[in-house]
Design a protein around this ligand. Structure first.
Ligand code: ADP
Length: 297
């Protein structure tokens, strides 16, 4: 597994505020990472230090194997970003905005038409951006970030403020960039729904450090109960209680405290009861997020 981004013990203070306080994490190549945290957690500061827009007080950041600081200029040619308000000119058309951006960044114009089609703006390409919706502006900013065919994208709250239809279009485009083109995307958000619908992995930060990380599967595993589906629920309750399990739930729905699925099956089977399902409870991402951010506050 190659590593697209690595941060090691990155610190950044603004006066007395520790915006980043020993931040360390890695992002494997070819994944869409949801970079999650409450407001003020340090997400934007992280992006700014990765992109060389703010200098960390200490720590090491490597992007695509290159070190931020000495190699920032080389990195800039291979990554795209939307951080803070995308710098678009309202008095220019969508297409001309891309022409200006390409010229500024030193890229050719050859990809412009394809990118307009990719972000579904071909029909509006010659309209002034002043008349674009927020969703159209975000898509145009994405096209601009893709001008140099970057291997990696950093997107700060790209879905923020878009209506559901606009979010859905942008989500599809981001997934395609990862699934079909193998790009690595780091997308910050404070919205759990974005992450649960889109991300392969999640890093949650609070107060400038990582509080939890993993795949969605890993993060939501390990609830505190197991649900048992069995034909004779009342008898099953008695058997489980006799075997020392604590049960809960009304009528045919049986919840057993703990995570000993095998022990539950054994106790029931020994009494001649065979459960048709024994399902560990999953946490919702929201529960995980609230728990880790409260624990770290
Ligand atoms: P997020 O993007 O997760 O909302 P930020 O990275 O914007 O968080 O901010 C992290 C912390 O650093 C906050 O307490 C914020 O007030 C502070 N901060 C960020 N940028 C500056 C700055 N330029 N000057 C002073 N404080 C800043």
């Amino acid at each position: 597994m190659s590593v697209a981004l690595a941060l090691r013990d990155v610190h950044k203070r603004y006066g007395k505020t520790r915006a980043l306080d020993g931040l360390s994490f890695e992002v494997p190549t070819g994944v869409l990472l949801g970079f999650l945290g409450p407001n003020g957690a340090g997400k934007t500061t992280t992006f700014r230090t990765i992109l060389g827009l703010a200098r960390p007080d200490r720590g090491v950041i490597e992007v695509l194997g290159m070190r931020v600081g000495p190699e920032t200029n080389r990195i800039a040619k291979r990554v795209g970003a939307i951080v803070e308000e995308p710098g678009l000119y309202g008095f220019l058309s969508g297409r001309d905005n891309l022409v200006v951006a390409a010229d500024t960044l030193g890229f050719g114009h050859g990809r412009i038409d394809g990118l307009l089609a990719f972000v579904e703006l071909t029909g509006d390409a010659d309209r002034k951006v002043a008349g674009y919706s927020k969703g159209m502006r975000q898509r145009l900013a994405l096209a601009a970030a893709l001008l140099g065919d970057p291997e990696m994208l950093f997107l700060d709250e790209p879905l923020d403020g878009l209506d559901p239809a606009g979010q859905s279009v942008l989500r599809d485009q981001l997934r395609r960039l990862v699934d079909e083109e193998g790009k690595t995307i780091v997308m910050s958000t404070h919205d759990l729904a974005d992450v649960s619908q889109l991300a392969d992995r999640v890093v949650v930060i609070n107060r400038g450090k990582v509080v939890t990380e993993g795949t969605l599967e890993e993060l939501t595993a390990g609830g505190d109960r197991v649900r048992v589906v069995v034909g004779a629920p009342d008898e099953a309750r008695r058997v489980l209680a006799a075997a020392g399990f604590e049960t809960d739930g009304a009528a045919s729905e049986i919840w057993v405290t703990g995570s000993d699925g095998a022990g539950i099956v054994r106790a029931l089977a020994e009494a001649g009861l065979y459960p048709s399902a024994v399902i560990p409870e999953r946490r919702t991402l929201e529960e995980v997020f609230l728990r880790v951010t409260e624990e770290s506050s």
